[in-house]
Ligand binder design. Structure first.
Ligand code: HEC
Length: 146
């Protein structure tokens, strides 16, 4: 009885793995010149804290492939990249860039990086000083006419 239940559970778990979200394939040729240009220190902060969801350089954790975590992880990457991909920066027009500067100034204190992500990725945590720096960088780029 117990063995049957175990097999059934295992079988279900394996079948559920078929439920997957597809992240669009990154382009074959990523143009490095299109990447956002930031002061060195801030660039490394972005790479540690934002690039998993906002670039093609995602470091996929092992559980990112396993249902049900995969749904959460992959949808964040998919939606994150479509909201802003810092490796596509040079392809954005000024309207889109302005939206992102405003978005950064607005989200950097609480929403970004996503709190759930931070609970697992301690290395991505930002100090208040780093948040302030990013916020004032973003604010400096905001143009009122947009
Ligand atoms: C775990 C994934 C993840 C990480 C890490 C992450 N983001 Fe996001 N980000 C998302 C998702 C998903 C969205 C789109 C949904 C939303 O707006 O909540 C988003 C949206 C945004 C937006 C648009 C928000 C708006 O309201 O206009 C900005 C700007 C942004 N992120 C900046 C950042 C910055 C800067 C970092 C690093 C300091 C960061 N994100 C780290 C997942 C992430």
């Amino acid at each position: 009885m117990f063995k049957q239940l175990l097999l059934w559970t295992l079988g279900t778990f394996i079948m559920l793995q078929a439920i997957q979200i597809k992240i669009p394939e990154p382009p074959k040729n990523i143009n490095p010149a299109k990447e956002i240009q930031l002061p060195k220190e801030m660039m490394s902060t972005f790479k540690t804290s934002c690039y998993d969801c906002h670039s093609y350089q995602t470091k996929m954790p092992w559980y990112g492939h396993i249902f049900p975590m995969s749904l959460e992880v992959k949808s964040h990457i998919k939606e994150g990249r479509s909201a802003v991909n810092f490796q596509e920066w040079g392809n954005y027009d000024e309207t889109k860039k302005q939206k992102i500067y405003k978005g950064i100034a607005k989200t950097i204190n609480f929403q970004m990086p996503m709190p759930m992500y931070l609970s697992i990725h301690k290395e991505a945590k930002l100090t208040q000083k780093q948040r302030n720096k990013i916020k004032s960088w973003a604010k400096n780029h905001i143009k009122e006419e947009y």
